[in-house]
Design a protein around this ligand. Structure first.
Ligand SMILES: Nc1nc2c(ncn2[C@@H]2O[C@H](COP(=O)(O)OP(=O)(O)OP(=O)(O)O)[C@@H](O)[C@H]2O)c(=O)[nH]1
Ligand SMILES: [Mg+2]
Length: 473
């Protein structure tokens, strides 16, 4: 028996066909490529195992199994094979030794065999389904295996779920510990509850399961902190990005604007890839589960008029329109050709006479030229989209099949409602941006500003970007 064989909790994942068993394993594993998931019956044909690690040590072995399809016929078969001579696991064993187990009921036999080899099992339920007789038959058969069984009500975030009916029906057959889950709309808290309920049924593995929960929490905190740091670097890099052009050449200004836009778009793309990787949504994942990024790119650039319009603040002067990308600083005259607020903000952000001196120095050097930088709207959209993606991946199960959809009506990403001071400061320091040719060398200064921004952005008052709210308890 399993307990003698292995100290690692061996856990079968069983249930009716197409209820999300393989999906559950994907999500618990954080592995988008585990097994095969499809909207149809009998997708999984063989038992497939996977190990969950905590601190590098295996703590649970999950066994995904084929779906049960005709439990009614299987009950009859059990009666034929075992009659009334056996009860409990012996009855199952008698069936497994019979010809039916290699014939018509081959799939079912694989499930039951795996059940008998496991310490416990999760019974996955599509909670949108009514409690039908076929499920009750399945539960009756599984009960014969005499293993602790945790029913998991999957599709819990679906508004049409029948969780109450299921809980009622399960308690009538003595199954009082039940977990609610959704393999697509992920919630770390629901996952921890699932493991804790299981721990109540498998005492010997309770400590290992607590270790797993702690490991998952640590990992989630680390991912969030890393994501915030990456996001802050993106914004500081973009804010300090700058192109210059002769002020009397509309072509040169347009060219510089395009160059800036392309550089910032590429930088955003780099952020997206790294963020997906951090949350284990890999590049291969875009192809099978396309995010709204086509061929590895956002479908719309941060400069799309549609997106800018939602911000309700177009910074429009002739020069800006010509530059097509953001604030243009007239370095020669010391004036700003548009968005005086941006200049004032920048100088206030610089916070000192030093900023004035710096600007004069640049102006002297670049007499006759203007500098073009990302304006407030561009930085705001970049931040909003980055947060939207972060919020989306944070609650995305690894079984999710449809693309992340970033809403068009994103709220302001800034906790204070205004562009953070740090970004105004970054605008005055072109030497820190990796997007400026020959610059970006001052990585320390960039990291320092990014770190300050990260702390400002980690504020909990920021509105969540994703419209999909988990309705899990
Ligand atoms: N929205 C949503 N879809 C889910 C969820 N779980 C599974 N699905 C979908 O349900 C379908 C079946 O999922 P699978 O994981 O293949 O189900 P299975 O139980 O392994 O199926 P078989 O191997 O055929 O028995 C797929 O289309 C999944 O994308 C869930 O929690 N929420
Ligand atoms: Mg499957």
């Amino acid at each position: 028996m399993a307990n003698a064989k292995s100290a690692i909790l061996q856990l079968s994942v069983v249930g009716h066909t197409n209820v999300g068993k393989t999906s559950l394993v994907r999500t618990l594993m954080r592995d988008v490529s585990f097994g095969e998931v499809a909207a149809g019956s009998a997708t999984t044909r063989q038992v497939e195992g996977a190990r969950l690690l905590a601190d590098g040590q295996p703590v649970v072995e999950l066994f995904d199994t084929p779906g049960l399809e005709d439990a009614g016929a299987l009950i009859e078969q059990l009666d034929v094979e075992a009659g009334q001579r056996h009860s409990g696991p012996e009855r199952i064993q008698a069936f497994l030794a019979s010809p039916g187990a290699t014939g018509r009921f081959e799939q079912e036999a694989r499930v039951l065999e795996q059940m008998l080899e496991s310490h416990a099992a999760i019974y996955v339920i599509d909670a949108r389904e009514p409690v039908l007789g076929k499920y009750q038959d399945e539960l009756a058969i599984l009960a014969l295996c005499a293993r602790p069984l945790l029913p998991v009500l999957n599709f819990a975030s679906n508004p049409h779920n029948r969780i109450d009916q299921w809980r009622d029906a399960l308690s009538r057959v003595g199954l009082h510990a039940v977990a609610e889950f959704d393999t697509v709309v992920f919630s770390l808290a629901s996952e921890a509850r699932l493991w804790r309920r299981l721990a109540t049924l498998t005492d010997a593995h309770a400590a290992a399961l607590e270790k797993l929960i702690a490991d998952r929490e640590t990992q989630a905190r680390w991912q969030l902190a890393s994501a915030h740091a990456m996001l802050a670097e993106l914004l500081v890099d973009a804010a300090a990005a700058r192109r210059s052009a002769r002020r009397d050449s509309p072509e040169a200004i347009a060219h510089a604007g395009n160059s800036l836009r392309e550089a910032i778009t590429r930088r955003e793309q780099q952020f997206v890839e790294k963020l997906l990787e951090l949350f284990r949504f890999t590049e291969a994942d875009y192809r099978t589960v396309p995010l709204p990024i086509e061929a590895g790119r956002w479908e719309s650039s941060p400069f799309d008029p549609g997106i800018r319009a939602i911000l309700g603040r177009r910074t429009g002067s002739g020069l800006a329109a010509g530059a097509a990308a953001g604030a243009a600083v007239d370095l020669a005259t010391g004036g700003l050709s548009l968005g005086a607020g941006t200049l004032i903000g920048a100088l206030a952000g610089g916070g000192s006479a030093g900023a004035w001196q710096l600007r004069r120095k640049i102006a002297d050097r670049l007499r006759g030229r203007i500098g073009i930088m990302a304006d407030d709207a561009v930085l705001t959209v970049l931040a909003a989209r980055a947060f939207a993606l972060l919020d989306a991946v944070g609650q995305r199960g690894h079984a999710a099949q449809s693309p992340v959809e970033i809403a068009q009506n994103l709220p302001s990403p800034w906790p204070s409602g205004r562009l953070p001071r740090v970004l105004h400061q970054a605008r005055l320091q072109p030497e820190i941006s990796t997007l400026n040719r020959g610059e970006g060398s001052d990585a320390d200064a960039r990291h320092a500003l990014a770190d300050e921004l990260r702390r400002a952005l980690a504020d909990d008052s920021r509105p969540r970007m994703n419209a999909t709210e988990s309705t899990l308890p």
